[in-house]
Design a protein around this ligand. Structure first.
Ligand code: SF4
Length: 654
C-alpha cells in the first residue's frame, strides 16, 4: 500500500447496528482518486438497481477527496453520494468547512451506510471508538441546536454532519449540514439520511495522514500560499474593488462579465465572497429573474438589486470564514442586530438570487432570515427558492388561491409571505407539505398546467445562472448525470476563470470558442478535469486563482508519477461511470429537455440576452462522440468501457 490514503473505508449497517472495515487496494485510488471517484465506484457496485432511494436497501456515503485533510490549498471538501430521491439519477453534492478532514483523521477514506435504523440514531466515532447511539434527544432539532448539544456531551472538538427538520421529514430538497450551516445541499440526499433515521455523524479523529514526500509537499503549499499574497492590488485598485458591486450597469454595458486577473479575483472573493455577483449577475441577465420569465435590467434593475449588494451584506461581517486549508476564505460570519442574530453565515450568491432576483424580492433582511432558516433546517436554498417561485406563479395564475396558502398573499417580492412559506416547507405545514419535495413533484400533485411553472431538469430546480449568458450551461443542466447543476463542468462557465493557467500541460486548444467541434473536445477535457478536481477534494473556485501545483501535490502525496493524460483518463472514467449509473436506473437522459424559459425558446425581445436561444442537442451529440458514448442515447460504447477498465458495467447496460 502506498502513502497518502488509509486504504480502507468504513461500512455502517444501520439495520444490524454493525461496523465493518473494507480494505481498498492502491489500484482503486490510482483509478478513482477519492471523493466523487471512489463514491461512484462503491455505489455503482453495491447499490441494488432501480430501488427506492429512501428504502433501507439504498446506500449512500461520505467521501473526502484524495488530498482532503492535508495542507493542500482548497482541498477541504467532502462529497455525499447516492441515488437522488429528487431525480432518480446519480446524486452527488459536496460541502467545505471542517468535516471532510475529520473523516480522514478517523482513519477512513470514506464512510458508507446501508440498512435503516428503527429509531433515531447517531454515529459517534471518537478516535478508535465507534458507536451507534440513541438520537431521540436531538431528533426534531435544527443542525445548530444538534451540534451544540453534542458538543456539550462529547467535547468541543467534535465535528458533525447532520440533517435538520427537512431531512427528518424526508423533504426531497433537503441536504446535510456541517459547521453550523454549510450544506451539501443538492440532489435531496438529506432525505436518504432521514429515511434511515440517522440524525448525524459525530467525529473526532487522531490519525495522521501519511505523505510520501512531506517536505516537498509542504514546500509546494508554502510557495503557492506565498505567491498568492503577492500581487496585492495597490491603493487605486483597492478603491475600485470597493465599488465592484456598484459597477453592475457599467459591466453590463461593456459586456465585461466576471473575468479578471487571478490576484484581483482572489481579492474580490476574499472581500465579498460569491455574493459579489448579486447586482452584477442580475444586471447582465446571468441571474434568472421572476421565475426565469423576466429580464434583469427591466424587472429587477440596479435601483432594486442594489439593496442586495455585496457592499450592504459585508457591512454586517464580523469575521472571515473559510474551509479547512483555504488561503482565500470566501465566506463570512455576520452579526445581524435587526434579527437578533449574533452569528450567521454570510449568504452565498445562489441563495441571494434564489430568494432575491428570482422572486423579485429586494428585502435584504428577509434574505438573511431565510438563509439562517434554511441552514438550520439543512434544506437546499436553490430548490426552495425556485419552488417558491413556482408557487408564486401558480398563485398569480389562479392555480393556487389564499385557501391553499393559509391566507398567504403569494405575490412577487412579498418578503413576509416568502419567509412564512419557507417555514411551512421546512415543517411540511399546509401547502408546504406539497412544496417540500420540489416544484416538479408539487406540480404533479397540483395539476392544472402548473407544470409550466416548474423550472427543473428532471426534477432538479435549475440553479441561478442563465444559459443565455453562459450557453454551455444548458448542456450541463440538461445532460449531466446529476442534472440541473451549475457546478458540473460547463465550458463557458469554467472559462470565466483562468483554467488554462491552473496546471501546466492542461490547456484548451486555441480558437475553441469559434469552432463547435473544438468546443466539444474542450467540453470533454473540462468535464474530465472537473471530476478529477472534485475527487481530489478541491473547491471549484480554486481554478479562478492562477497556477496551482496540482499534479506535483498529488505525486508528492502518493508517491505516484501521474501525468496530466492519466488524470484526464481518470476523469473520463468517473464521468462515464456516473453516466452509467443514471442510465442503469432507466433515465432517458439523452431525450431530456430543458424548459424553454431556460434555453431562450422563445428568446428575449430586449435586454442583454436579446435574441439568444441556446441549442444544445447537437452539442451533446458531438460531446458523446468525443466521450466514446453513443450520441443517440448517451450509452458509453462497449469499447469505451473496456478502455476505461469499466468492463463490469457492460453486463448492466447491455
Ligand atoms: S474559496 Fe471559499 S468555498 Fe472554496 S475552499 Fe475557500 S472558503 Fe471554501
Amino acid at each position: 500500500m502506498g502513502t497518502g490514503f488509509f486504504g480502507k473505508v468504513l461500512w455502517i449497517n444501520l439495520t444490524e447496528e454493525s461496523f465493518e472495515e473494507e480494505t481498498v487496494s492502491e489500484e482503486i485510488y490510482r483509478q478513482y482518486l477519492g471523493g466523487y471517484g471512489l463514491a461512484v465506484k462503491f455505489i455503482f457496485e453495491n447499490m441494488p438497481v432501480k430501488i427506492d432511494p429512501l428504502s433501507p436497501e439504498s446506500i449512500f456515503g461520505f467521501f473526502p477527496g484524495l488530498l482532503t485533510g492535508t495542507a493542500a490549498p482548497f482541498s477541504g471538501r467532502y462529497m455525499l453520494a447516492g441515488k437522488s430521491p429528487l431525480t432518480g439519477t446519480w446524486g452527488d453534492s459536496n460541502s467545505g468547512g471542517t468535516f471532510g478532514p475529520e473523516i480522514k483523521k478517523c482513519g477512513y477514506d470514506a464512510i458508507l451506510f446501508k440498512g435503516a435504523a428503527k429509531t433515531p440514531k447517531y454515529v459517534l466515532i471518537i478516535e478508535d471508538k465507534k458507536e451507534l447511539l440513541d438520537a431521540s434527544e436531538i431528533w426534531g432539532l435544527d443542525i445548530i441546536e444538534t451540534e451544540s448539544i453534542l458538543k456539550d456531551k462529547h467535547g468541543k472538538f467534535i465535528k458533525t454532519a447532520a440533517i435538520g427538520q427537512a431531512g427528518e421529514k424526508l423533504s426531497k430538497i433537503s441536504g446535510i449540514a456541517n459547521d453550523r450551516g454549510r450544506i451539501a445541499a443538492r440532489a435531496g440526499l438529506g432525505a436518504i439520511m432521514g429515511s434511515k433515521k440517522l440524525k448525524t455523524l459525530v467525529l473526532k479523529g487522531n490519525k495522521k495522514i501519511s505523505i510520501y514526500n512531506k517536505d516537498k509537499f509542504l514546500d509546494l503549499v508554502k510557495i503557492y500560499n506565498k505567491n498568492g499574497k503577492k500581487g496585492e492590488p495597490g491603493k487605486f485598485f483597492k478603491s475600485i474593488l470597493k465599488s465592484v458591486p456598484n459597477l453592475a450597469k457599467t459591466l453590463r454595458r461593456f459586456r465585461i462579465g466576471f473575468k479578471g486577473p487571478p490576484n484581483i479575483i482572489r481579492k474580490i472573493y476574499r472581500i465579498y465572497g460569491t455574493c459579489v455577483g448579486n447586482t452584477i449577475a442580475s444586471e447582465t441577465n446571468d441571474s434568472p429573474i421572476k421565475n426565469w420569465s423576466g429580464i434583469g435590467m427591466y424587472d429587477f434593475p440596479f435601483k432594486k438589486s442594489k439593496a442586495l449588494s455585496a457592499n450592504k451584506i459585508i457591512k454586517y461581517k464580523i469575521r472571515e470564514w473559510g474551509c479547512y486549508g483555504c488561503p482565500v476564505q470566501c465566506g463570512g460570519i455576520l452579526k445581524i442586530p435587526e434579527l437578533n442574530l449574533e452569528e450567521t453565515h454570510q449568504p452565498e450568491y445562489e441563495t441571494c438570487c434564489s430568494f432575491g432576483a428570482l422572486l423579485l424580492n429586494n428585502d435584504l433582511m428577509s434574505i438573511f432570515e431565510i438563509n439562517e432558516l434554511c441552514n438550520r433546517a439543512a434544506i437546499d436554498t436553490i430548490s426552495t427558492g425556485a419552488t417558491i417561485a413556482f408557487a408564486i406563479e401558480c398563485f398569480e395564475n389562479g392555480i393556487l388561491t389564499k385557501e391553499d396558502t393559509n391566507d398567504l398573499e403569494l405575490v412577487w417580492g412579498n418578503s413576509k409571505a416568502i419567509i412564512e412559506l419557507v417555514k411551512m416547507i421546512i415543517n411540511r405545514k399546509g401547502i408546504g407539505d406539497i412544496l417540500a419535495d420540489g416544484s416538479k413533484i408539487a406540480a404533479e400533485k397540483i395539476g392544472n398546467e402548473s407544470v409550466n411553472y416548474a423550472i427543473t431538469s428532471l426534477g432538479s430546480e435549475i440553479p441561478m445562472h442563465n444559459p443565455r449568458f453562459f450557453p454551455s450551461l444548458a448542456f450541463t443542466y440538461n445532460y449531466d448525470p446529476t442534472p440541473g447543476r451549475h457546478t458540473a463542468a460547463s465550458i463557458d462557465y469554467i472559462d470565466m476563470g483562468s483554467i488554462n493557467k491552473f496546471q501546466k500541460g492542461f490547456k484548451l486548444p486555441k480558437g475553441w470558442k469559434k469552432n463547435e467541434k473544438k468546443k466539444q473536445k474542450c467540453q470533454k477535457l473540462v468535464t474530465s478535469f472537473h471530476q478529477v478536481l472534485s475527487s481530489v477534494g478541491l473547491c471549484s473556485f480554486s481554478t479562478l486563482f492562477g497556477p496551482y501545483p496540482f499534479i506535483d501535490l498529488i505525486n508528492n502525496f502518493t508517491g505516484w508519477n501521474i501525468s496530466i493524460d492519466e488524470l484526464i483518463e481518470i476523469g473520463l472514467r468517473i464521468q462515464t461511470l456516473r453516466q452509467s449509473f443514471t442510465l442503469r436506473e432507466g433515465i432517458d437522459i439523452a431525450n431530456n429537455k430543458l424548459p424553454g424559459r431556460v434555453s431562450g425558446h422563445p428568446p428575449d425581445k430586449r435586454g442583454p440576452t436579446k435574441g439568444v436561444s441556446v441549442e444544445y442537442e447537437d452539442f451533446y451529440k458531438g460531446y458523446c462522440y468525443e466521450m466514446g458514448w453513443n450520441p443517440k442515447n448517451g450509452y458509453p460504447l462497449k469499447e469505451t468501457l473496456k478502455d476505461l477498465d469499466l468492463e463490469f458495467v457492460i453486463k448492466d447496460l447491455y
